[in-house]
Ligand binder design. Structure first.
Ligand SMILES: [Zn+2]
Length: 326
């Protein structure tokens, strides 16, 4: 993501350029067979320790920038994680030309993974209410590393990437055990953190305009960098401007759970995938703790993260899904 306040002038211009619609070629949708597991999926609660294991598992596959082995392995792993838990699973693929920034000049295969969890009414109701989403790729270069010699290395992406995916996957398991009142969509975005950024959500928005996505959620919560110790979420100004009611509902859920102290960190407007979802007509808020010194460095590792932070994020989004009206 880009925090405009942190940026030097040329990058502010780059951030403005991502406002343009993505030039995107054919986007395919492939339905993956789901294999509902007969195993018991728990009591419906979110298990922060289990989510932390999912964060670690991603990091063990190596950096996950598009075009790498770790990226290909993680794509397959996410599909295998979701298939026994969800009621619908669709892989959205396209080929992405990278105009500038890390990866410039390449054309890379990208994949968003989309899933649906039925609500209490089962298959009778298909239109999802909330879409939980996160980016699953990691940045190919640690360009914020304090050591110049390490800036060409890839980011491990424990917090920036794996934490959000871990919450989405663990939420899928919890929602299977305790069905939500309305269907829930899940989305894992590719290509958030290279080139001109946010390719996954922009391709999804293009597919929405083309009418080819399998389901269209009413509103959304994007999770990014929710794994660091002592989580305190940024007061994210795009969310407040673009989805004010949903932002209030998130804060109300946090307060109801006694977790309000994990919110209310300083105000920042952070461009991330939620901006493009809002533009596509899906009011979406971003949960992020942007005060992370290891951001886009080689030190964004598992030991910077904590199960209790994933627990906070998971508890809040599940409370929102179970209690707040659309
Ligand atoms: Zn990033």
């Amino acid at each position: 993501m880009i925090d405009l306040r942190r940026l030097a002038h040329p990058l502010v211009r780059a951030a403005r350029e991502v406002r343009r619609r993505l030039e995107v070629g054919p986007i395919t949708h492939e339905t993956v067979p789901v294999r509902p597991s007969t195993e018991t999926a728990g009591d419906g609660g979110f298990d922060g320790e289990r989510a932390f294991g999912l964060l670690r598992a991603q990091c063990e596959m190596g950096p996950r920038a598009p075009g790498t082995d770790g990226h290909a392995r993680t794509r397959q792993w996410m599909i295998e994680q979701l298939a026994p838990l969800v009621d619908g699973l669709v892989v959205q693929r396209w080929r992405q030309k990278i105009g500038r920034g890390p990866g410039a000049g390449q054309a890379l295969e990208m994949t968003n993974v989309l899933a649906l969890v039925h609500g209490a009414a089962g298959a009778a109701e298909q239109a999802p209410d909330v879409m939980l989403s996160a980016h699953w790729d990691t940045r190919p270069v640690a360009d914020q590393d304090p050591d110049p010699a390490r800036r060409a290395l890839p980011v491990p992406g424990a917090n920036d990437g794996a934490s959000g995916v871990a919450v989405v996957l663990e939420a899928a398991r919890a929602l299977r055990a305790r069905r939500p009142p309305r269907p829930v969509a899940l989305a894992l975005w590719d290509g958030e953190d290279l080139g001109e950024y946010y390719y996954g959500s922009r391709a999804y928005a293009a597919a929405l305009r083309r009418g080819t996505v399998p389901w269209r959620p009413r509103r959304g919560v994007l999770l990014d960098m929710v794994g660091k110790r002592n989580l305190r979420c940024t007061t994210e100004m795009h969310s407040i401007r673009l989805a004010p009611r949903l932002w209030e509902q998130v804060l109300a859920s946090a307060d109801a759970l006694g977790l309000g102290a994990h919110f209310g960190a300083r105000r920042q407007a952070i461009t991330d995938d939620h901006v493009f979802l809002n533009r596509a007509g899906i009011p979406t808020v971003l949960l992020i703790d942007y005060a992370y010194p290891q951001w886009h460095t080689t030190a964004d590792t598992v030991d910077q993260c904590d199960a209790s932070s994933l627990q906070v994020a998971g508890d809040v989004v599940l409370h929102l899904i179970h209690t707040s009206p659309p």
